[in-house]
Design a protein around this ligand. Structure first.
Ligand code: SF4
Ligand code: SF4
Length: 449
């Protein structure tokens, strides 16, 4: 963390660039300035707290800097272990699996204020937040009941990665994804899946993260080999699998061989920066900097790249069908006005705003895009739940919240379920996933947004 502070203080770009878009940089520069003014070095606890403020939203310019922060969190977790409160709060899969086994009575009791408050306290949740209500049935149980855990023969067909938040906390979102796909003649397979790994990665638990990510890598690539399109409805899972997983894979020996690099060459494909061809650098000068030594470098680099190029955001997949004239069903009419917010991990995948296109085809529905490239909901996964960061999380969300309030919509629409939790906490409007709106539009005679 010390090396991150020094590098970013030396560069200074994010002092102004990220001033209103993340908690991490304002705190970094505050600590640095204070150290310069007082001569008292930044302490270990302050550095540790600083690392907690990065939620890997991907908005800042340097991937290497944010991965160094993750490395710092990982080393801290290895050295000190992880507090029980973090283990309970941050691991959505574990929370969801325990919840799924809990009897119905206990689930309703847990959503009542006194018990919810006690459970939240044990998990280090700020008293103004409530834990999400556990559904009666997880999406995965529903999918098994519908036989979606068996690969269908009919094409077109997709393997659907729901992610653990939709899988365990908001199954209505994943069910809407299935409804929209089936309505358009696409057969759905829900393969065995683990949490994408982002929540545990953010808390420094690399063992769990790597085990889960590797399981998904193998299962999803196997489905792709069987001819399935691979789709996911959670932008954070998508960001991990299309972006983080492949970071630095191109510098591996296997990729360099495929790119035809000579003995003293490192080839850097321009495609990594949106261009064509490859820049050629001297290996003897750059081999210590440009190497496959990132978080996921223990996995096969070619498989990491293969999954990142195979995985499709559900909005992009459906919009692709639309462009090919393969969307079978025209949506029915809905009435009302929705504010659509494209979350950070969707924006960072560089896929445009496919849901805007799809929602704007619904007759009778007015869709107002809200939020710019640097807007943030402030939730940061589970950060906004934590009692130490709740107030900062709410402060960070303020500019975006004001923009939504200015629209005064009938509902807020966003594909990120972490943003959903924040909007539900801060705004009086219902919050929906775009797939829920599409599913409603496909259901005749259900005009409610
Ligand atoms: S993240 Fe990169 S651009 Fe931003 S201050 Fe640090 S080194 Fe500079
Ligand atoms: S990844 Fe996001 S939260 Fe982390 S430092 Fe960059 S902008 Fe801030």
């Amino acid at each position: 963390m010390r090396s991150v502070v020094d590098a970013c203080a030396d560069c200074d770009v994010c002092r102004f660039l990220m001033d209103e878009s993340c908690l991490f940089f304002p705190e970094l520069y505050r600590l640095y300035d204070q150290e310069k003014d007082t001569g008292v070095p930044i302490g270990e606890n302050a550095l540790s707290r600083l690392s907690d403020m990065c939620t890997l939203c991907g908005l800042c310019p340097c991937p290497d800097i944010r991965m160094k922060v993750i490395q710092a969190k990982t080393e801290r977790a290895r050295a000190r272990g992880m507090p029980l409160s973090i283990k309970l709060l941050a691991d959505v899969q574990r929370f969801g699996q325990i919840g799924a086994r809990a009897p119905k009575m206990l689930k309703s009791a847990l959503s009542s204020p006194p018990l919810c408050g006690m459970a939240g306290k044990a998990a280090g949740v700020h008293p103004e937040r409530s834990l999400p209500r556990l559904p009666d049935e997880s999406f995965f149980a529903w999918a098994r009941r519908r036989g979606l855990d068996r690969p269908p023969d009919r094409t077109p067909r997709v393997a659907y990665f729901a992610g653990c938040t939709a899988g365990y906390l908001f199954p209505e979102v994943a069910r809407a994804a299935v409804a929209v796909l089936e309505r358009n003649g696409v057969s759905v397979f829900v393969p065995p899946q683990q949490c994408c790994g982002m929540p545990t990665l953010l808390e420094g638990d690399d063992q769990t993260t790597l085990q889960r990510a590797e399981t998904n890598l193998n299962t999803l690539l196997a489905a792709a080999r069987e001819g399935f399109d691979i789709v996911c409805s959670c932008p954070t899972c998508g960001f991990l699998m299309t972006s983080l997983l492949r970071e630095r894979a191109v510098y591996s020996a296997a990729c360099q061989r495929l790119l035809g690099a000579g003995a003293d060459e490192i080839k850097v494909p321009e495609a990594e920066r949106g261009g064509k061809g490859a820049a050629c650098l001297k290996k003897s000068m750059y081999e210590n900097i440009l190497k496959d030594d990132g978080y996921f470098s223990s996995f096969d680099p070619l498989q990491r790249i293969a999954l990142s190029e195979t995985m499709l955001d559900m909005g992009a997949y459906l919009d692709g069908l639309r462009q090919d004239g393969a969307l079978n069903a025209g949506p029915g009419e809905l009435s009302g006005r929705v504010a659509y917010y494209a979350p950070c991990h969707q924006r960072e995948q560089g896929i445009g705003a496919p849901y805007l296109e799809l929602l704007s085809r619904i007759p009778g529905l007015t869709v107002e895009p809200v939020g710019g490239a640097m807007d943030c909901c402030g939730m940061g996964g589970s950060l906004g739940f934590k009692k130490d960061f709740h107030d900062a999380s709410v402060r960070l969300a303020k500019p975006l919240v004001r923009k939504i309030q200015a629209v005064a919509p009938d509902a807020v629409v966003t594909d990120c379920l972490s943003c959903r939790l924040q909007f539900q906490h801060l705004l009086p409007y219902p919050v929906r996933h775009p797939l829920e709106i599409l599913a409603r539009a496909y259901r005749a005679g259900d005009p409610e947004i």
